[in-house]
Design a protein around this ligand. Structure first.
Ligand SMILES: Nc1ncnc2c1ncn2[C@@H]1O[C@H](COP(=O)(O)OP(=O)(O)OP(=O)(O)O)[C@@H](O)[C@H]1O
Length: 537
């Protein structure tokens, strides 16, 4: 049943003084009313946070605003005038830029070429490349990043650097409003600070920012006002970001009170060693990594993006070939660099770049869940569809995937719900050792607790879990034992209960301080997800 929600407070009724105001916006997809009368009003120079659970309509709203989707009803006013941008380029030219998570940049071009993508011919042509470089450098300086060389190939930049280039691109069109869709999702703590500095610089210049994030603590740090969407409706408009409590925001988003609950840790009784990693290393990536995971145990790898966490777990899983060391499961050495051997031994990996790693867009949701375990639903070589559907539907309900119909094509789900589908796949597969790389990235606050409960339940059933997460409280809350990874090495190992968030930060930042922003990121661009895969269109 649709919740009609709370009447939005009347903070800016006629959008007086607004740069952008939206009223009664409706967008209908087959079977889903993604926007059902949305109101939004953004003032010049403010950071306006847009919140909502997975599937609430945030992406659809920004796509309608930027001309990527046509609304079915409602009014958009831009700088006081009614508008209907026919394309994203038209919106950009009018000063409304949107920076999606899947950044619209080209790896093979230089930084400057990316900055002026779309208008390079009219402004610079090929003979005027030097002028283009100089103007790009000026924009990068304005964003506080003279360290990014305009002639550098874009593909060599880490995620944080690419975002800066996207913002420089927006500024090259004289953007008055920049919409940022979960910009912090791929950044570590230090890079988020850099992002916030840039955002403050922009707003000081009078540029407004619409900021989408599932990390509620960020709202208070960077936001001025907050609008909350629920089921395609505005349930609160223009709340003060600094004084609205997290509990209140969560209640508005979910319609209930959610507390982060990690569940009870299972006792250490009857645990036996499942995985032993000994002296594992890969030239240029990480070295001398040794640890064990026991049945029923959750071992967390904490560290910054680029620290080597993902490379370590991918090497354990056989997706990368180690240059030194061994991986042993149940006392038997795994063939190095063989995913097949790892899977046969009972390992499963839910990768960081979930969307690009294996969603079949046109296939129904349930098939995307069951695809890794089809053999289980087969009799004499034929899959029993009812059993397949029932098993998938259970996992989807557990993770609160919405819309709940498992027969919908997976491409029509929101980004966060697509992530839950890939997680569900690994949960139903029934591995003995599950490797989860950033399991809650892009997952909303309500579903996180469900996911934590599921992970704990798996551990209680005897599954060993190797967890990678940038969110330190998540690692400390979920894991039994924590390995802190910095610059390709395990710098500390301790029971989670003996560590605080400050301890872990101190350990990773100590390493980072000696290396600096640029060195810390250089050569690690392959680690940083840069996902251009399909999203709901
Ligand atoms: N192309 C499409 N066809 C059908 N339904 C769609 C399409 N795109 C989005 N939807 C539906 O519209 C609703 C809103 O989705 P939207 O992507 O806007 O959510 P969101 O708030 O951005 O979620 P998330 O936090 O997961 O990114 C969802 O129910 C989604 O399944």
């Amino acid at each position: 049943m649709r919740t009609r929600g709370f009447p939005p407070p009347d903070t800016d009724p006629a959008g007086a003084g607004a740069l952008l105001s939206v009223d009664g916006l409706v967008k209908q997809f087959p079977g889903v009313r993604a926007l059902d009368g949305v109101t939004l009003s953004v003032r010049p120079g403010e950071v306006h946070c847009l919140l909502g659970q997975n599937g609430a309509g945030k992406s659809t709203l920004i796509k309608v605003l930027s001309g990527a989707h046509t609304p079915d009803a409602g009014m958009i006013r831009w700088r006081g005038r009614p508008v209907a941008f026919p394309t994203p380029l038209a919106a950009l030219r009018a000063g409304l830029a949107t920076i999606y998570q899947e950044l619209d940049l080209v790896d093979g071009l230089t930084v400057a070429e990316n900055v002026f993508l779309g208008h390079e011919r009219s402004r610079f042509g090929f003979s005027l490349r030097t002028k283009g470089n100089a103007e790009a450098a000026a924009l990068l300086r304005r964003l506080g990043h003279p360290d990014i060389a305009p002639g550098r190939p874009l593909g060599t930049l880490p995620a944080a650097g690419r975002q800066i280039v996207s913002m420089a691109r927006a500024l090259s069109y004289d953007a008055r409003l920049i919409v940022m869709d979960e910009p912090s999702a791929v950044l570590d703590a230090g890079e988020v600070d850099t992002l916030f500095r840039v955002v403050r610089q922009l707003t000081a210049d009078g540029v407004a920012v619409v900021y989408i994030s599932h990390r509620l603590d960020e709202i208070r740090q960077i936001g001025d006002r907050v609008t909350v969407l629920k089921d395609g409706r505005t349930v609160a408009a223009g709340l003060p970001a600094r004084t609205t409590t997290t509990a209140e925001l969560v209640r508005l988003m979910t319609g209930r009170t959610v507390e982060y609950a990690f569940g009870e840790r299972a006792g250490p009784a009857r645990r036996r060693e499942l995985l032993r990693v000994n002296g594992l290393g890969r030239a240029g990536e990480f070295a001398d990594v040794s640890f064990t995971v026991h049945s029923g145990e959750i071992v967390g790898l904490a560290g910054l993006v680029g620290s080597g966490r993902t490379e370590i777990v991918e090497t354990v899983y056989g997706a990368r070939r180690p240059t030194t060391g061994t991986v042993t499961v149940d006392g038997r050495r795994l063939r190095p660099g063989s995913v097949r051997a790892a899977v046969r031994a009972g390992l499963g990996l839910c990768p960081e770049e979930r969307k690009s790693q294996g969603l079949f867009g046109e296939d129904p949701v349930y098939r995307n869940v069951s695809v890794a375990s089809l053999a289980r639903y087969a009799t004499a070589g034929f899959v029993a569809p009812a059993r397949e559907l029932a098993a998938a539907a259970r996992a989807l309900t557990d993770l609160d995937v919405r819309p709940g119909d498992p027969r919908r094509p997976v491409r029509t789900l929101s980004g966060g719900n697509q992530q839950k589908v890939v997680l569900a796949r690994w949960l139903v597969r029934g591995c003995r050792l599950l490797v989860l790389d950033e399991p809650t990235r892009g997952v909303d606050v309500g579903a996180r607790t469900e996911l934590y409960r599921l992970i704990r339940r798996l551990a209680a059933d005897g599954v060993g879990v190797l967890l990678v997460s940038s969110e330190i409280p998540e690692v400390l809350g979920l894991a039994d034992r924590v390995l802190v990874v910095a610059d390709g090495r395990v710098v500390h190992e301790a029971p989670a209960a003996d560590l605080t968030e400050a301890d872990v930060l101190d350990l990773v930042l100590a390493e980072r301080d000696t290396s600096g922003w640029q060195r810390a990121n250089q050569g690690h661009s392959a680690v940083v997800p840069h996902d251009r895969s399909e999203e709901p269109t």
